[in-house]
Design a protein around this ligand. Structure first.
Ligand code: NAD
Length: 292
């Protein structure tokens, strides 16, 4: 089975490495030369344009920053006269409506599209333990289950096209709100003189616990390492998808709107490429205290 991987960033590169390790023939493309060279070293064939991937691979996988980039790659691939691929697994976090539009466009070219967003962060991608939320036809899901099991530990077929993106959007809506609340609460604790180790130990065993407490405190906040991980810019995009959806549903979203403003502030302060835990740094600056 020949797999094409487009987008070799924080998630795409380790996912591509898992596929190679499992023995798949990999054809890869990223705009960044450095990423192309890194996956080439691991044994993948690399190309100078996304369009070439559609000619080489049976199944295309994409892990790209947003829907407009996914769309441009789809246009480039389907714009070629010849096409080998008949399946597309999009791991990017996008809106359900975008997934539905892409599925329709690709179907016209004989390609079955599934939205397969993932959760579990860079660590999950490196270890091949991601949670995968797939939306699309049953027969396509059956065909690709083994591939998805290579990159993830929990694989869910949640419904038709768009269903995977829907559940991912709901999850990341909560993640963004949890991160925003944790940043304020931890900085408040520090202003009260509480140390981080104590807050971590007690909250992870109490009702305030969350992924932020259990994963982000030890891996980022305690280490004072706010880079890598899940970028503020990407979380901001995901909250934006939830806000657009809320608007379409005429649904007030007070928590989400406040979280959006906190992430917007972090971006304005230059933290856009940092991990979402950089919200802690932002709150520390505001309150002149260090969470330690
Ligand atoms: P990233 O910014 O690290 O990587 C994106 C990659 O896409 C980059 O290497 C970039 O060069 C490449 N790229 C951009 N435009 C391209 C194009 N036209 N053609 C080919 N390559 C192109 O992003 P990431 O963190 O790897 O996230 C990828 C997707 O996965 C996003 O949709 C994100 O929301 C989602 N996601 C990320 C995480 C995480 O923890 N980082 C977790 C779950 C889901």
């Amino acid at each position: 089975m020949k797999i094409g991987m487009i987008g070799l960033g924080a998630m795409g590169l380790p996912i591509a490495k898992c596929l190679l390790k499992a023995g798949y023939e990999l054809h890869a493309f990223d705009l960044a030369e450095k990423a192309r060279q890194e996956i080439k070293k691991e044994g993948a064939s690399v190309y100078q344009a996304a369009g070439d991937i559609g000619l080489e691979a049976d199944i295309i996988m994409s892990s790209l920053p947003n829907a407009s980039i996914v769309e441009s790659v789809i246009n480039e691939i389907t714009g070629r006269d010849e096409l080998r691929a008949d399946t597309w697994l999009d791991l990017s976090s996008i809106a359900p409506a975008s997934a539905a539009a892409f599925a329709g466009r690709l179907k016209e070219k004989g390609i079955s599209y599934m939205d397969c967003p993932v959760s579990g962060g860079v660590q999950g991608a490196v270890q091949g333990t991601l949670t995968v939320m797939a939306g699309g036809p049953d027969e396509t899901f059956e065909k690709v289950t083994e591939i998805l099991e290579t990159i993830g530990k929990k694989i869910y077929h949640v419904g038709g096209v768009g269903a995977g993106s829907g559940i991912k959007m709901v999850n990341n809506f909560m993640l963004g709100c949890n991160m925003a609340a944790a940043a304020e609460a931890l900085v408040m604790g520090s202003r009260l003189g509480l140390d981080l180790d104590t807050m971590y130990e007690i909250i992870r065993n109490s009702s305030g616990r969350s992924f932020i407490i259990e994963n982000k405190i030890p891996n980022f906040i305690q280490k004072r390492n706010f880079s890598g991980g899940f970028a503020i810019d990407l979380q901001y995009k995901d909250l934006g998808l939830a806000m657009e959806t809320a608007k379409a549903l005429s649904m007030p979203v007070h928590m989400g709107s406040t979280a959006v403003q906190m992430f917007e502030t972090a971006r304005a302060k230059g933290y856009g490429r940092d991990d979402i835990t950089a919200l802690v740094k932002m709150e520390e600056e505001l309150m002149d205290v260090e969470v330690k």
